[in-house]
Design a protein around this ligand. Structure first.
Ligand SMILES: Cc1cc2nc3c(=O)[nH]c(=O)nc-3n(C[C@H](O)[C@H](O)[C@H](O)COP(=O)(O)OP(=O)(O)OC[C@H]3O[C@@H](n4cnc5c(N)ncnc54)[C@H](O)[C@@H]3O)c2cc1C
Length: 404
């Protein structure tokens, strides 16, 4: 009888796990069902471009059903409500899915409630952690461009996904200069990081010096080791004191695990993230694996204001490969290996790209991180987005050698 693998989540972690499993196990050996509350895969790293109007949601997403069907993987467009790890069942709003192995790749819930006023639903602050938030920010930006004023961009205490806040501040700076509006917009970047470019990784080679230079050259004020305490219509309050004036505030929130995971007994830590071993297997439930943002990874070190460990798309793909190969090894006896996570990624800084290669992500490191900048890296980022979507839509994995 074929082994039943259920994969929860249809983004980088879920898709990479499904495709990797299918590369090694034929449909007769392994039935794979991927459950996702979203019908479409969205290339999340392009959300800043969606917010700035240079992409449509259609351009950066595709239907999961046909892509998965091309690899004989079943797709359930359903929302998981609970996981019964003892009975090996995932309950959705429609039915129960029984599994022999479960891969959880449900990503995060944005804990916007940690910062009063961080909307977009319940306050004036904006975010871009999801397609709907990025689209809301796009509308707010259009209104702002008609009547510009000061902006504050940054990350809240406890944030782990800090890269997009750097991308957004530089991309907005670039857009404002192109429209000859930059002189009307005082810009401030605020971050819990102890220094610019810490990124929750304890720093990335010469990235700090590079970012300081860029901010100073472009006249963007910055404050590090600060805790955003409130966002109002007038501005962004820091450490409970006087607000920095702001007509448009974009703040990356801290993250938590999704309700289905956080509410299922014995699965996660108090924040709803899932503990794992080196093959991304749950320490108690040995047939459950977790990958991507859903995984609990401790911070890289203590900081005055909390900054959490990042889980980038490239890291998610590595976790998915290791988890899938661990399952293959248990099903077929094939040997599998694990390794420390590396991170390669490209930041869009408006007019250019910055390539970073950090191996391993968690310091100390034997290899000195690479930080390289130039227009060619921005072109690489554009090409990677296109190539990833082209391949994933056709049931193929993308070699991640170049990074994002
Ligand atoms: C704005 C932004 C820019 C970024 N830029 C980069 C970048 O340039 N480079 C980089 O490497 N990384 C980047 N990242 C990080 C990268 O996007 C994440 O690492 C990646 O999306 C994590 O993938 P994931 O599969 O773990 O989770 P997610 O992408 O969060 O996906 C979670 C999936 O689970 C599904 N799901 C959730 N709950 C349920 C449920 N209850 N039932 C069923 N399905 C459920 C969702 O529908 C979704 O399909 C960026 C992130 C953001 C927010």
């Amino acid at each position: 009888m074929a082994v039943r693998v259920v994969i929860l989540g249809g983004s980088f972690g879920g898709l990479a796990s499904a495709y990797e499993l299918r590369r090694h196990l034929r449909p007769g050996e392994c039935e794979i069902t991927l459950i996702s509350k979203d019908q479409r895969f969205t290339f999340i790293p392009s959300l800043p471009w969606l917010a700035l109007g240079s992409r449509t949601l259609e351009q950066i997403s595709f239907d999961l059903g046909p892509a998965l069907a091309s690899r004989e993987i079943s797709f359930a467009h359903e929302t998981a409500i609970a996981i019964d790890a003892e009975r090996q069942i995932v309950a959705t709003e429609h039915r129960e899915h029984v599994y022999d192995y479960l891969v959880i790749a449900t990503g995060h819930r944005s804990a916007n409630e940690a910062v009063p006023g961080l909307g977009p639903v319940s306050g004036p602050g904006h975010s871009l952690m999801s397609p709907s938030e990025a689209l809301e920010l796009r509308g707010a930006l259009a209104r702002f461009l008609d009547s510009p004023g000061p902006v504050v961009i940054g990350a809240a205490p406890g944030a782990s996904c800090i890269g997009p806040s750097y991308e957004f501040v530089f991309e907005l700076d670039h857009l404002l200069r192109k429209r000859h509006l930059r002189h009307q917009v005082p810009m401030t970047f605020v971050t819990p990081e102890p220094v610019l470019g810490h990124m929750g990784m304890g720093g990335v080679g010469k990235l700090r010096q590079f970012l300081e230079g860029e901010f100073e050259e472009r006249d963007i004020g910055y404050r590090t080791s600060v805790a955003i305490s409130k966002i109002t219509e007038e501005g962004v309050e820091i450490d409970g004191s006087k607000a920095i004036p702001s007509a448009l505030s974009m703040v990356i929130p801290p993250l938590a695990g999704v309700a289905a995971v956080a509410g299922s007994p014995g699965l996660s830590n108090p924040k709803g993230f899932i503990p794992v071993d080196s093959s991304y297997r749950h320490p108690t439930y040995e047939n459950i694996y977790a990958v991507g943002v859903a995984v609990a990874l401790p911070p890289a070190g203590e900081t005055a204001v909390p900054v959490n460990f990042p889980k980038t798309g490239h890291m998610t793909e590595q976790m998915a490969t290791m988890a899938a190969l661990a399952i293959v090894s248990r099903v077929s006896g094939m040997k599998s290996k694990t390794h420390e996570l590396a991170a390669r990624c490209v930041l869009d800084i408006g007019s250019r790209g910055v390539y970073m290669n950090v191996d391993p992500v968690r310091p100390p490191r034997n290899k000195v991180p690479t930080v390289s900048q130039g227009y060619r890296w921005l072109l690489t980022k554009y090409a990677f987005e296109r190539a990833y979507l082209w391949n994933a839509k056709r049931g193929r994995r993308m070699p991640t050698a170049l990074g994002w």
